[in-house]
Design a protein around this ligand. Structure first.
Ligand SMILES: [Ca+2]
Ligand SMILES: [Ca+2]
Length: 310
């Protein structure tokens, strides 16, 4: 199993490497940026998220003048991973029963505006590493005299080009933490509902919930945080838009039932979850699993926070 997993991991790494070398395909000119901002505002105005279903509850978490939309999700039991016989491109051919305690997860990824406040407060060094890659055009944040601001029009887009250390720094600053890999997949699947993608198991409906490669979802590049429909628990953008860091070190999946798993023993790399705006719908399934070293960054990688206790 371990040998097979390594082969799969190597196969997964190659397309990501190609992706990381390719141009971002995001709007770059001033007029494109203004158009993107207009679209984001229209989307925000037109958005009427339904209340979360079941026992999920929406609330606001406030810290350092920031307001973070959160969803409290109930505990429960679900099947994690890909069942044997799954012949899709990224299948891991391993699934197991997981029992989860309840937790609260941010409704969408941390935005450029929120992350700029963090960088202004403490600078671009997180645990001795850079929090964000300030050398790339894909970072929609600018620094002047120690003050960080989003590029105009990008305030409400999720922050990308952030390392695990940078994501962890923000999470701790606001009194939160990362999702574990199991929390992430549990939230994506809506627990026992076992959705294949966040919000649906119907491939023809994925474009309503996930910004993946292509225009079927209405977005060519990155979408503003929360621009697409939320899943039934009120969580946006789990499938697609940006990959998301988790707290877990990479390890083979357990063979039997587990409760609140937290990943492997310390050792790089970390697990990141799901597809992005340059990935296929297949790669954006709730089961899809990738990894990156903690200091790495990319224009397709962001994060969201969880709170274990309200
Ligand atoms: Ca798209
Ligand atoms: Ca995502």
């Amino acid at each position: 199993m371990r040998a097979r997993y390594s082969i799969i991991a190597a196969a997964l790494a190659l397309p990501l490497l190609v992706v990381s070398l390719a141009p971002a395909g995001e709007p770059r000119s001033t007029s494109d940026l203004k158009e993107a901002a207009r679209r984001a505002e229209d989307e925000a105005r037109g958005r009427r998220a339904p209340p979360p279903r079941g026992n999920a509850k929406a609330f606001k978490h406030r810290a350092h003048g920031l307001t973070i939309a959160m969803i409290e999700v109930p505990g429960g039991t679900f099947l994690m991973g890909s069942p044997p016989g799954d012949d899709s491109e990224w299948a891991l051919d391993s699934s197991f029963t997981v029992t989860m305690s309840g937790f609260s997860m941010a409704a969408h990824g941390v935005t450029n505006a929120q992350y700029a406040a963090f960088l202004t407060a403490q600078g671009n060094v997180c645990s001795g590493y850079r929090c964000v890659d300030e050398t790339t055009d894909s970072l929609m944040l600018k620094e002047s005299g120690g003050r960080w601001t989003p590029v105009s029009g990008w305030e409400d887009f999720p922050v990308a080009e952030v390392s695990w250390y940078g994501a962890n720094g923000f999470a701790q600053w606001v009194g939160g933490q990362f999702p574990t890999e199991a929390q992430w997949e549990y939230a994506c699947r809506e627990g026992a509902q076992q959705n294949t993608w966040s919000g649906t198991s119907d491939e023809t409906a994925v474009h309503r919930f996930a910004n993946t490669k292509g225009l079927a979802d209405g977005h060519d590049g990155l979408a503003a945080a929360g621009a697409l429909e939320p899943n039934g628990w009120g969580l946006h953008d789990l499938s697609g838009n940006l990959y998301e860091w988790t707290s877990d070190w990479k390890a083979d999946y357990p063979k039997g039932p587990v409760t609140d798993p937290t990943g492997g023993p310390p050792g790089e790399p970390r697990i990141i979850r799901n597809g992005s705006f340059v990935d296929s719908t297949n790669a954006s399934r709730c089961a899809t699993r990738w990894d990156r070293r903690s200091e790495e960054t990319g224009y397709f990688m962001g994060f969201r926070i969880v709170l274990v206790k309200r």
